[in-house]
Write a protein that binds this ligand. Sequence first.
Ligand code: MN
Length: 729
Amino acid sequence: MSEDRVITIDMLVQKILDNDKQYDVSKIVSAYEFAAKAHEGQFRSSGQPYIIHPLAVADILLDLGMDTDTICAALLHDVVEDTEATSEQLQKRFGRDVAALVEGVTKLTKIPIFNKEQQQAENIRKIMLAMSQDIRVIIIKLCDRLHNMRTLEFRPEHKQRNTALETMNVYAPIAHRLGIKAVQEELEDLAFHYLDPYAYSEIEHQMEIKKEERDQFIRSIIEMIRERLKTMHFSKEPAIEGRVKSIYGMYKKVFIAHKDIEHVYDKYAVRVIVSDIPECYNVLGVIHDMFRPLPNRFKDYIATPKANMYQSLHTTVLGREGIPFEVQIRTWDMHATAEYGIAAHWKYKEGIQGKDKMEQRLAWIRQMLEAQQTSDDVEEIVRMIKNDLSPEDIVVMTPKGDTISLPVGATIIDFAYRIHTEIGHKMMGAKVDGRIVPLDFELQTGQICEIMLSKDPEKGPNRAWLDIAKTNEARSKIRSWFKRERRDENILTGRSMLEKTLRHNHIRIPEEELGKFFAEDLKRHNCSSLEDFYASIGYGGVSLQRLVPRWKELYHKSYGQEEQSQSVIAPSSRSPKNSIVLDDISDCVVKFAQCCNPLPGDEIVGFITRGHGISVHTTSCVNYRSMLSRNIPEEQERWVDVRWTDSADAAMQTSIEVVAVDRVGLVFDITAVLTEARIPIIHSSSRNLKNGNAIFEASIRIVNRSQITSTFERLRKVKGVLSVERANS
Ligand code: MN
């Protein structure tokens, strides 16, 4: 972690004057004065005057070699948001560019810290849009974030974590993608420090151990190489420097790639910078002559640059004491790109082919924005952006030797779609290094991939490809194809996929209420009708699995009442309290008498028991009748009127007894009637009587009296049935 030091305007001006580049110093000083006045009386969480923040951001941007307008915008980046100053004032005093830059940064600043995936997607979309308009906006934002991360310790703890998370997930990957290495590594290290302080200090400690020894080792290596290179001819003396891996870089090797810290060969590296490419390969030859190279550790990123345009030769060799170390060899141009990435365009404006490189870098942003426009599922976008921003890339070649960079895990489908949309659609398969591979084959750096095309003009992608493809680009292209070509088919497929998912999750929605139930989803996915929604599902634009949890919740909310009454069916939750109305008595325990098991629709009467609340009997219950006939006044007083509530259609348990002439298939026929009437059987038994008849008894759950009446009628029609009665009544 680098120390944060307070920068004054004098220091900034001095640095500008020491710089080779031409700056408009008076404009910068004037921007400073404007900002200092606007922020007067404002303070940072650290207690320092607010102006130290814009000064620090400007200083970082100056180190990156950014231009006068960017430095001015950095000094002014918070005035519109936090002070009385307006965009119009800025435009008048500092011109359209500066005002637009400040406005862009202000917009980005307003994007809230995100924790919900969906919101995050929207925000990343906004960041991308801001980037596509003027890439300097995001470079300022990266430096703004860098200074905020440097001073994060002064923020409340919960904000620290959110900011660190956002930095690690969004800003550091963007810095990586833009190739601004110094900013990326520092952002990562700072974020890592807050996200996993324990692992951070562990690595820091381990790297401290034997530091002096290692430094000594690297110094001696540099000296040896320098002596040897002196014997050769170079157009300009090569620069040789040592470098230490960043803490987070180390963490990734040790914890993520499960490597012993001692076996991380590139934790110390020597870098040789020369004038042109032939000199790079010459130096490589010399290094391999001086030290023994480790097998499989040579990487030629000059012939096949990384996705973020990084170029270098990497090789790991064994030093004198058998200690491995990495050597990186590159030209000055490559070095500028490696260190400053897209910012090199400003730093070395005349020096290198900045325009082309900038165009190539911006192509990535355009690609991302295009992919977002065709994808309907915002959450999907976040996932894919994270994927596409993943720092690890592979480089694969076409048979003609063109290089294509893709995220790790990319398949031949991704490769085909990256070359051309039509190539993707017409792909039948691919040969990798001359061998035919399966569609889900994961490409590796250095492989040569040849796509095999179908001659059938009707040929299109397969739906299953959506699950195989790794890049957002390929998936959105496949989806657009389906969206365009197969609407009818999509509607059918989508509908059946949706029905299956709902069935699987026990969500039952009446046909006429589907529109209402999915209203929110239709809106979210820009569908104007259910058919559109089915079609979207069909072509893969909607991920059902991600929506299920919300549907379950919604279903529970909208249809929960129904579900509750269904759950009353269960004997354990059968609740007399909800189905019985007691006149003049409230808040009293109610239970159904075991002797007669009343059902809704039965005529009932309540009996006040001693200490067990009210027991509900049917008026035909033998116990009730016998007590009535005894006519004991004391008992008579305890009978109270009760009636069923309107919602007492709650199902209940009762027992039935069927007597029939015994025959093969009798039990089957009886249970068939019950099953057809959708009456659950909890328990059943049958036994033969000596007279050749059989008795079938069953505990069943029924909803109301009329259900049992109709079922009894049907049971009486079963062949051989003599009587059907409710037991216990
Ligand atoms: Mn700021």
